[in-house]
Design a binder for this molecule. Structure first.
Ligand SMILES: Nc1nc2c(ncn2[C@@H]2O[C@H](COP(=O)(O)OP(=O)(O)OP(=O)(O)O)[C@@H](O)[C@H]2O)c(=O)[nH]1
Ligand SMILES: [Mg+2]
Length: 381
């Protein structure tokens, strides 16, 4: 049975923009390849790339929100402050061992905690790190370095038009909410966004996505409960292709594909996910531009196993870390980035549409280890 959920069209604030686009190359199955649009002739980076930058810049001015979101993670790391208060250069080995334990307890994982502490130890031995403040600075620098080591950008790399983002993850990680938040963010900046309800497992999932499409002013595609998700993805993309073939200006900037939650150890379900990705590539060669794993920030180090398995099945391009507002376990993400070399693209810091922040490694490290405020000196003029 085919049910269509909320086929509402957005007012196209994208209309009239002129830029280089290559859309849905095949206008009929097996027919001649036709490049539908390469309109405009505007040179330089793509529209969505620029939007990504605008979103990032705006978020940089919203540091307080980010900071509030990571408060629980910081609580656990408050132990670092207690440890640093007792710091003495003579007993630095004992203090560094203690620091390593605190980092492990905050889910950095033994391997990554050791890497961080080794880096600080080098600094102590070389005479660069002397005081507790130096340690704090060195700790932040080591975390930023691990989060950026492989030089992969935390911006979404969206080059196609439409650009497709496939969202994957275990049950309840925050996938659908994140799809809604991304749609809202890009929609607000003028992108025309289409959502594909690829969670065909239960009708409630499509209803939840339809609600998000209303909030975000996006359009949601057709849903078929119980159908194979790869078929639903393929038919939605086919539908869009046909519309673009009739009218070259009828094209979305961004297509977000929601998928059902699945256990990373369930082989059949992971195989199904690979077919979902293939359905996107078949319809739009070169897509998806991004395949993002949503990780629940409260999971702790188990997220490393999830990331490994999902990466194996669908070759991830990045991570989104959710629920940082309610967790003391955000340290685990440093370990995932360190070990898999996947960049974090966004963090979720709440349940509303606004609660998605582009990931900024320096802000993240700063939020974990904020500068200690100097006590006000009495009697100074
Ligand atoms: N506090 C907080 N809650 C979040 C965040 N992201 C998602 N949630 C909540 O987490 C719950 C699950 O979110 P969903 O988006 O439904 O998760 P999902 O991965 O789509 O779940 P399934 O489709 O069932 O696998 C919901 O109650 C969301 O409101 C976040 O960043 N912070
Ligand atoms: Mg969902």
């Amino acid at each position: 049975m085919q049910t269509t959920v909320g086929r509402k069209c957005v007012a196209s604030s994208a209309a009239g923009r002129s830029r280089n686009v290559t859309v849905f190359r095949r206008c009929s199955r097996g027919g001649p390849v036709k490049v539908v649009a390469n309109a405009g002739g505007e040179a330089g980076p793509g529209f969505l790339q620029r939007l990504g930058r605008v979103i990032k810049e705006k978020a940089a001015g919203d540091f307080d929100r980010f900071f509030a979101g990571t408060s629980k993670t910081r609580e656990r790391l408050g132990l670092v402050d207690e440890m640093l208060a007792l710091w003495s250069l003579e007993d630095y080995e004992d203090s560094l061992e203690e620091l390593e334990e605190v980092l492990i307890s905050a889910d950095f994982g033994p391997r990554t905690a050791l890497k961080i502490v080794d880096r600080i130890r080098e600094g102590v031995k070389a005479g660069r790190v002397k005081s507790a403040e130096d340690i704090r600075a060195s700790l932040k620098a080591a975390i930023v370095e691990l989060l950026t080591a492989r030089g992969r950008s935390s911006e979404l790399k969206l080059q196609g038009r439409p650009a497709v983002v496939l969202i994957v993850g275990v049950n309840g990680a925050g996938k659908t909410t994140t799809v809604g938040k991304i749609a809202y963010k890009y929609g607000k900046e003028g992108a025309k966004v289409f959502l594909i309800p690829g969670d065909t497992f239960r009708a409630a999932a499509a209803e939840q996505l339809a609600e998000w499409s209303r909030r975000a002013g996006a359009t949601i595609g057709a849903f078929r409960e119980g159908a194979r998700p790869q078929a639903v993805i393929a038919s939605n993309l086919d539908d869009l292709r046909q519309r673009t073939c009739k009218d070259a200006s009828d094209v979305y900037d961004l297509i977000l594909v929601d998928t059902a939650g699945r256990l990373h150890t369930a082989y059949k379900l992971m195989e199904e996910l690979a077919l979902c990705k293939a359905a996107v590539s078949n319809a739009l060669p070169g897509q998806p531009d991004e395949t993002l794993l949503v990780l629940d920030g409260t999971t702790g180090l188990n997220m490393l196993n999830q990331a490994k398995e999902f990466n194996e099945a669908v070759r991830l391009s990045g991570l989104i870390l959710t629920k940082l507002d309610g967790t003391a376990r955000g340290g685990a993400v440093v370990s995932v980035v360190d070990q898999l070399g996947l960049p974090v693209k966004f963090i979720g810091v709440g349940e509303t549409a606004e609660d998605l922040q582009p990931f900024d490694p320096e802000a993240f490290a700063e939020a974990l280890f904020p500068k200690v405020k100097e006590p006000a000196t009495a009697g100074t003029k």
